[in-house]
Design a protein around this ligand. Structure first.
Ligand SMILES: Cc1ncc(COP(=O)(O)O)c(C=O)c1O
Length: 350
């Protein structure tokens, strides 16, 4: 099964951006402490800038499409500390595209640029900050940022250039191919050792990572239960839309696998108090993984996902002795973000 899927993926236009396969290995100390066989897949090490992250896989296909379309610009969206936006920036500039960002200030940026905003500036990205106005939600401001971006794209077109429009999180059918490919990579890294993971935990936001993992799992016929830990409030039709995204992405590979909303397991109890707002459980999870295994997580995505994994083990929802994979999707640059995002991470664990 691996070979045909790899071949199909190879037929899609793509620019090589990262170092693949990313490492997958067992966390021996934490496995012993927790009583499960806990493994980690290091998509925080996708390369090539120093911060990695899940968007690099998606961008291989998205920039491949932008190149096919002969675009000079790529434009995308996110929050001011968006990892996706930062990865779009470095992958774009190092491949001859001009990046344009529309970033909603969910957290008001410090006057001195920090974390991903600092990196965006180092790469000379064109950054447009969009404040959330009184009475507006994040979703309202994001909608307004899409209208502003449309005007900018028209300007670019009038100047005779074209612009590739990447949705927030790279969550379209093309970007989702990156995580079908990741599932295939996990499969080929583990089949020889006979491991089939009982569970795979990861953070979900725009949903492309989750849609790709589930699509890949279906095609490969894996029984792994994929637990997608929400990092923000999800819309009522989230799973339904993600099932469609998985189907659309598989269609690009000529596959007509059925993916349904019931194929998704979204954990919605771990994002409180909100997107880009630190949770005490995530802070504990970040410090625990750092102190046992030396690995850093981030406060917005992976820290919350890892807190869900620890919770589920502690509550017996994951049975002792299970094989569990944690997919580290990156985001570590936000450990250097505004205090409002990182919270009390410097306090010692009691
Ligand atoms: C570090 C990190 N993990 C997970 C996610 C969620 O991925 P997706 O948007 O594909 O759901 C993101 C999204 O920006 C991220 O930056």
């Amino acid at each position: 099964m691996t070979k045909p899927l790899s071949e199909k993926l190879r037929s899609i236009p793509r620019i090589e951006l990262g170092f693949f396969p990313t490492p997958l290995y067992k966390l021996d100390k934490l496995s012993e402490e927790l009583g499960v066989h806990l493994y980690i897949k290091r998509d925080d090490l996708t390369g090539k800038n120093n911060f990695g992250g899940n968007k690099t896989r998606k961008l291989e296909y998205l920039l491949g499409a932008a190149k096919e379309d002969k675009c000079a610009y790529v434009l995308t969206y996110g929050a001011t500390q968006s990892n996706h936006a930062m990865q779009t920036v470095w992958t774009a500039v190092s491949n001859g595209f001009k990046p344009v960002l529309y970033l909603v200030a969910v957290v008001k940026p410090d006057e001195e640029r920090k974390a991903n905003l600092l990196l965006d500036a180092i790469y000379d990205a064109e950054v447009h900050l969009v404040d959330i106005r009184e009475g507006e939600s994040y979703a309202d401001a994001a909608e307004r940022s899409r209208l502003l971006a449309k005007e900018r794209m028209n300007q670019i077109m009038l100047a005779g250039a074209s612009c590739y429009d990447i949705p927030a999180g790279g969550a379209n059918a093309v970007g989702t191919l990156g995580y079908i490919s990741c599932m295939n990579e996990i499969y080929s890294q583990t089949t020889h050792s006979g491991i089939t993971f009982d569970y795979l935990y990861h953070a979900t936001g725009s949903g492309g990572t989750m849609a790709g993992l589930v699509a890949g799992q279906k095609v490969l016929g894996l029984k792994t239960i994929i637990k997608s830990v929400a990092t923000l409030e999800t819309a009522a039709d989230y799973e339904e839309r993600m099932a469609q995204l998985a189907v659309d992405s598989l269609a690009l590979l000529g596959l007509d696998e059925l993916v349904q909303k019931s194929d998704f397991h979204v954990e919605k109890n771990f994002y409180a108090p909100g997107y880009e707002k630190p949770s005490p459980a995530a802070t504990i999870a970040i410090k625990r993984l750092a102190k046992t295994e030396g690995i850093l997580l981030d406060p917005v995505y992976t820290g919350k996902a890892f807190s869900a994994l620890l919770h589920d083990i502690q509550q017996g929802l994951i049975e002792p002795g299970c094989d569990v994979l944690f997919l580290h999707t990156g985001g570590v640059s936000t450990l250097f973000a505004e205090k409002e995002i990182i919270g009390d991470i410097t306090e010692p664990l009691s």
